[in-house]
Design a protein around this ligand. Structure first.
Ligand SMILES: NC(=O)C1=CN([C@@H]2O[C@H](COP(=O)(O)OP(=O)(O)OC[C@H]3O[C@@H](n4cnc5c(N)ncnc54)[C@H](OP(=O)(O)O)[C@@H]3O)[C@@H](O)[C@H]2O)C=CC1
Ligand SMILES: C[C@H](O)[C@@H]1OC(=O)[C@H](O)[C@@H]1O
Length: 254
């Protein structure tokens, strides 16, 4: 069964990793897809080609989500191409691992701007368009298990993920009257570019694997199903929810 037949799905940060898997997952479920990305032209083009190979339409729009204008431009280009916006997956993010005591100001500010301001303005731009259309919509934000627990080298990152989780709770209230649902997914540790260097440390990687009851770290594709489900009418009465997708890592105290 195709869950997103005829829908237009927008995904930020979809050149690689979780965003790419979500974009392709949406296309597998019948959606046309607009992707945003910041730098990686060739991976973004390859994502478009993967979607077209599934028989769906796709466009790639380059832009830094830290700039609020990028959100307006992304939504406008998606509407030009496909006529409407049904789903926004706000996923773009960075995690430059760094110790707390000597954390550079610019690393903190950039991480806040990309992860939290970026999500805020993307969600707002998509919601403005959905309200104008008048037939509801679905917003899925990629938060993190890190919204719930800390990380020694992520003191600038975990607050942004808690912020994204909180944003979905508040926008669920603000947008419910427009039948726009807002939910977040909370991935555990998923093997992508964002943590390639961090997990190159074998000891750390083995520790993370052992903490995970399902016995392995996640793949980007592990997020595609949960994101498609929350985006779809199968989740028509789900809003303000947060879905952990972490192989059980969060509940594993001892
Ligand atoms: N991997 C993990 O373990 C987890 C990841 N997450 C979250 O998942 C999301 C995706 O990360 P993941 O797939 O792992 O990592 P990747 O590095 O593979 O993907 C990040 C994506 O975000 C894009 N991006 C980065 N900065 C910007 C920007 N300023 N404007 C627009 N796009 C940008 C990148 O595009 P480009 O390459 O073109 O710069 C890329 O498409 C992030 O929000 C992250 O916090 C949450 C929990 C766990
Ligand atoms: C990038 C990290 O490996 C990853 O990001 C998250 O949000 C998870 O908590 C992991 O720490």
């Amino acid at each position: 069964m195709k869950l997103l037949e005829g829908k237009t799905v927008l995904v930020t940060g979809a050149s690689t990793g979780i965003g790419r898997a979500a974009a392709i997952g949406a296309a597998q479920h019948g959606a046309n897809v607009a992707i945003n990305y910041a730098n990686s032209d060739s991976p973004a083009q390859s994502c478009v080609e993967a979607i077209e190979a599934l028989g769906q339409r796709a466009i790639a729009v380059k832009g830094d989500v830290a700039d609020p204008q990028t959100a307006q431009d992304f939504v406008a280009k998606a509407v030009d191409a496909f006529g409407k916006v049904d789903v926004m997956v706000s996923n773009a993010g960075i995690c430059p691992f760094h110790a707390f005591l000597d954390m550079p100001v610019d690393v903190v500010e950039r991480t806040f701007k990309v992860n939290l301001h970026g999500a805020y303005f993307m969600v707002q731009a998509a919601a403005q368009q959905m309200v104008k259309q008048g037939h509801g919509g679905s917003i899925v934000a990629v938060s993190s298990i890190s919204a719930l627990v800390g990380g020694e080298y992520q003191t600038h990152y975990t607050p942004t993920k808690a912020g994204v989780h909180s944003l979905m709770q508040s926008t669920a209230i603000a947008l419910g009257k427009h039948n726009i649902r807002c939910n977040s997914v909370l991935p555990g540790t998923i093997l992508t570019e964002i943590n390639k260097d961090d997990l190159a440390d074998d000891e750390k990687r083995r520790y993370m694997e052992q903490r995970t009851p399902l016995g392995r770290l996640g793949a980007p594709e592990d997020l595609a199903g949960p994101i498609v489900f929350l985006a779809s009418d199968m989740a028509a009465y789900v809003t303000g929810a947060a879905l952990l997708v972490d192989g059980g890592m969060y509940v594993n105290l001892q």
